[in-house]
Design a binder for this molecule. Structure first.
Ligand SMILES: Nc1nc2c(ncn2[C@@H]2O[C@H](COP(=O)(O)OP(=O)(O)OP(=O)(O)O)[C@@H](O)[C@H]2O)c(=O)[nH]1
Ligand SMILES: [Mg+2]
Length: 459
């Protein structure tokens, strides 16, 4: 798998649009050669003779046509992101100069990079392992600073180190077992089954400990999909606006104001909360557009991790509130009693028979929101978590650790049953392989394609 690519790839590595600068990035054996065909440095130096890690002012030229004035950065193998020769051309950040420079690179022999291909090369060339490559994607997509901390810790190798520690323990046990299998009893002292058992169980405990961080890790990485649900006019859009801190959704005193889904992401003590405001749900609407809105609200509700069920505390519970309760089966819910600044008429909400925390707020007066945020955080983060410690955030890693644990359990059973060492060794080897897949020791093309296709082009 670890083989050097012989082609040179190119991509625009910055976001499409209008900006101060934009970067075209080349990586591969012909990077400098291609640059020499299109870049004329002001210093008149030869491109191939430029030292590593230097930046040069010059022009991109198409034949005789001046395309853009740029800065060209040279990095040489193996001291670059991909461990190959890399050239980064910082153009003016408009779509045309970038596209033109990209096309010129292709004209002189570069191939358009696939999504994530620069990072894939960094991995294939052994600069980072697979879990670190995956962390690069998480860094780019981090929605909060806490999510960034998790991803940066994974990039720095915190997860890989822990996995490698457990792998090395496994290799030690396997070495003992395999020696016993290969040599006769007279040549080697008998294996102490209890000692092996103790060691295997210790690895199991360490892996369980990593697994325990997953629930929180995943929430920091992916966020909580939160639907604001309630009958018309209870203040759902007002709540969205209050949480977002701006007038994002239209608020009026007319029931049925919101029709479409409105989505905004906010940061709740590090958790990305992906909030959606929805149309007020009522059973009997004759308005065609409102009906579609209600259908969308119900779909949003189904896919939500959390429902903020908003009630108007200044009016009595109605059959419409009870109708919504029927839609909330097996959902994580917070009952939000809005309009707490008005006279309370709502009565006892335990009649709704929803086992959910209750919070009183006034969306229009910005009251009770901190309390609501604390409740949300505590619903999802149950233990004291320090996001600078590493957290397991990736479902692929979680499944592999679970599989490894399954193999360890089988190994424990075979030791306890007094089966021959070969059985134990087979299970331990399979646990070792699962752990190896996390860091990508023996990856398949299929796994690599799946992982890197999630990246953006140019990374
Ligand atoms: N007094 C008071 N009025 C509020 C509060 N929150 C919202 N309102 C008022 O209630 C009315 C409805 O607010 P919206 O936020 O549009 O309610 P909604 O649930 O989004 O309504 P639909 O989109 O029609 O389903 C508006 O007149 C708001 O000003 C509050 O905390 N106190
Ligand atoms: Mg609304």
């Amino acid at each position: 798998m670890r083989c050097r690519a012989d082609d040179t790839i190119v991509a625009i590595s910055t976001l499409a649009g209008f900006a101060g600068i934009g970067i075209v990035r080349l990586s591969g054996p012909a990077a400098l050669n291609i640059a020499s065909k299109i870049f004329h440095p002001k210093s008149k130096k030869k491109i191939k003779e430029l030292s590593a890690n230097t930046v040069h002012l010059g022009k991109i030229i198409d034949g005789k046509k001046f395309v853009d004035e740029v800065l060209l950065t040279v990095m040489k193998a193996p001291k670059s992101y991909t461990r190959e020769d890399v050239v980064e051309i910082s153009c003016h950040g408009g779509p045309i100069p970038l596209k033109k420079t990209l096309e010129l690179c292709v004209k002189y022999g570069a191939r358009l990079a696939d999504p994530g291909e620069f990072t894939k090369r960094a991995y294939l060339n052994g600069r980072i392992d697979l879990s670190q490559a995956e962390a690069v994607c998480d860094i780019i997509e981090a929605k909060t600073e806490a999510a960034l901390s998790c991803a940066v810790s994974q990039l720095s190798g915190a997860l890989s180190e822990e996995i490698n520690r457990q792998k090395s323990e496994l290799v030690d046990i396997l070495a003992t077992l395999e020696a016993a299998i290969d040599y006769s009893e007279d040549e080697l002292p008998a294996i102490d089954g209890k000692e092996v058992l103790g060691k295997v169980e210790k690895i199991g405990i360490a892996l369980e400990k990593i697994l325990l961080t997953f629930q929180t890790g995943k929430i920091f990485r992916d966020g909580v999909r939160t639907a604001i649900i309630g009958k018309p006019n209870v203040g759902k859009s007002s709540l969205l606006n209050a949480l977002v801190g701006q007038n994002r959704a239209i608020v009026t005193e007319i029931p049925g104001t919101t029709r479409d889904i409105i989505e905004e992401t906010i940061d709740i003590f590090g958790i990305p909360l992906i909030l959606t405001d929805t149309a007020g749900i009522r059973k009997h609407s004759t308005d065609v557009v409102e009906k579609i809105g209600i259908e969308r609200a119900q779909e949003t509700l189904q896919s939500a991790d959390l429902v903020l069920f908003v009630l108007d505390s200044s009016s009595e519970l109605s059959h419409e509130d009870f109708h919504i309760v029927e839609l909330l089966v097996s959902k994580k819910v917070i009952l939000v009693l809005n309009k707490s600044d008005l006279l309370k008429k709502i009565g006892d909400v335990s009649e709704l028979e929803i086992p959910a925390p209750v919070v009183k707020i006034s969306a229009s007066k910005n009251e009770g929101l901190d309390e609501l945020k604390k409740i949300i955080y505590n619903l999802f983060v149950t233990s004291d978590i320090n996001t600078s410690d590493f957290l397991l955030t990736n479902t692929r890693h979680k499944i592999l650790i679970e599989n490894a644990l399954g193999s360890l359990e089988k190994a424990v059973a075979s030791i306890k049953d007094g089966l021959s060492e070969e059985f134990t060794a087979t299970d331990l080897r399979s646990a070792l392989n699962y752990l190896g897949e996390i860091t990508g020791e023996v990856p398949t093309e299929e796994i690599l394609d799946r992982i890197f296709s999630n990246f953006c082009v140019g990374k």
